[in-house]
Design a protein around this ligand. Structure first.
Ligand code: ATP
Ligand code: MG
Length: 439
């Protein structure tokens, strides 16, 4: 992409409405714009990151056998009256009336809708487990939308749902999701720690929140410092080996981590130097809730004993749009964003130090064509502006690599290669730069 043709409205000044770094940087880097409180447009640069995160989330769901579908954003009130949540949900639910005076709502989550799909088409335990997910916009009329996309009113969520015949198999499904979440966040280049979470009025012990440690997070969290170096890639874990997977999950969870609601200072298993007390951002939440929806909504199957049995359900969310902010919160410096490679909007920023100079233009065009042909995503700053502005914008938008081509280097047959994360700059031939980027 040529920057001269790319809609990238960067800002030099820090927007006054933004209280935390990620919000400031997303506005300054031209990633999002607020349409009205808690409701954002995703501009091209932000949209690319959002799509990359979404794709990684999708791939990891697919790998553990979940099926993607797409449910609507608008739902009928009746379904929520069946589960009893229509009245319980309160003011966070955006309620709508259609022209026939029917009560509708903009979905804050989809347990009811998926349970309706399930009960209409699944009859026998032989069809279980069923594992379904979608990636869809949600609306919650948050009392205090803030921190940009971190706590929006409209936000993108991956929500998955599972249906099993009994607790043991539901737990196995839960473990699969647990593994998929560990892998997802690892691929996103961030450490999200699974923490025992409050299950609320439903009870049970099977719920974990995945939390990225950050001073600006909204929840208070407590964890063993061992988490910081812990490997969560789950390499070699076999999904179909039930005891093996259970064992991996239990081993992973053996180090202490809990949110404020669950942490009991007096009885904390660790303290002193081993205990990290900080804040965190919730980017995922997984939850086994048994028959909470299947019973009132009549989601039953014929069991092996020939009797109608309500299915065991779980739901599993990832805040896709919140993650864009959370990743920035976890990775930036005073000059701007530092993207993990896996979600960077482009891999390389190509800077033409002197647009209009024939030699520079030709060398940049050549480099641009070569990288594009090699399948490397490159943003070429071909704008006719001062070099200082190009450097500042490139640091701000945080692409992993920068290649700078100018008249002086060209005389010596070299370009400047900069690694955004380390800040390291080297003068090398374009071919050597390309090798390093592709390594
Ligand atoms: P929170 O405690 O942050 O309000 P929640 O527990 O209500 O979140 P869940 O119902 O567990 O949220 O939703 C799943 C995921 O969706 C959360 O882990 C979070 O990443 C994301 N999410 C929830 N609310 C918002 C929001 N207002 N804006 C952006 N993302 C959100
Ligand atoms: Mg939650």
């Amino acid at each position: 992409m040529r920057l001269s043709q790319f809609f990238l409205p960067t800002l030099k000044e820090t927007p006054s409405e933004a209280q935390i770094a990620s919000h400031r940087l997303m506005l300054r880097a031209g990633m999002v714009r607020q349409l009205t409180a808690g409701i954002y447009s995703w501009l091209p640069l932000g949209h690319r990151v959002l799509k990359k995160i979404e794709q990684i989330v999708r791939e990891e769901q697919d790998k553990i056998g979940f099926n993607e579908l797409l449910m609507p954003t608008i739902q009928p009130a009746e379904l929520w009256q069946e589960s009893g949540r229509y009245d319980d949900y309160g003011l966070e639910m955006l309620r709508i009336t259609d022209r026939h005076d029917r009560k509708m709502l903009f979905g804050p989550t989809n347990e009811e809708a998926i349970t309706d799909i399930f009960r209409n088409d699944v009859r026998s335990y032989k069809q279980l487990p069923q594992m379904l997910y979608h990636i869809q916009w949600k609306f919650r009329d948050e009392i205090r939308p803030r921190f940009g996309v971190m706590r929006g009113r409209e936000f993108l969520m991956k929500d998955a749902y599972s249906f099993d015949i009994d607790y043991e198999s539901a737990r196995h499904t839960y473990n699969k999701i647990f593994l998929a979440y560990c892998r997802t966040f690892t691929r996103l280049g961030v450490k999200a720690i699974p923490m025992v979470a409050d299950t609320g009025p439903i009870g049970g012990d099977l719920s974990h929140e995945f939390i990225i440690l950050a001073d600006t997070g909204e929840s208070e969290v407590f964890c063993d410092k061992k988490w910081l170096d812990k490997d969560l890639t789950g390499q070699g874990v076999d999904l179909n080996d039930r005891p093996g997977l259970e064992n991996w999950v239990q081993t992973t969870l053996s180090d202490y981590a809990a949110t404020e609601e669950k942490h009991d200072k007096a009885n904390s298993p660790i303290s002193g130097d081993d205990l990290i007390e900080t804040r965190g951002i919730e980017v995922g939440h997984i939850f086994h809730f048994g028959t909470k929806y299947s019973e009132p909504m009549g989601a039953t199957v014929l069991g092996p004993d020939g009797k109608d049995t309500p299915v065991q359900m779980g739901s599993y969310g990832i805040g896709v749009s919140r993650l864009v902010g959370a990743l920035i919160e976890a990775s930036h410096d005073e000059n701007g964003i530092i993207w993990p490679e896996s979600v960077a909007p482009y891999k390389v920023g190509l800077i033409n130090l002197r647009t209009g100079d024939d030699a520079c233009d030709a060398a940049c065009e050549d480099a641009y064509a070569k990288m594009t042909n090699a399948g490397i995503e490159v943003l070429y700053d071909d704008r006719d502006i001062r070099a200082g502005g190009k450097f500042a914008d490139m640091d701000l938008i945080g692409l992993p690599w920068q290649i700078v081509i100018g008249p002086k280097g060209l005389k010596n047959g070299v370009v400047e290669l900069k690694n955004r994360r380390s800040g390291e700059k080297t003068e090398v031939t374009f071919e050597a730069a390309l090798n390093q980027i592709s390594a």
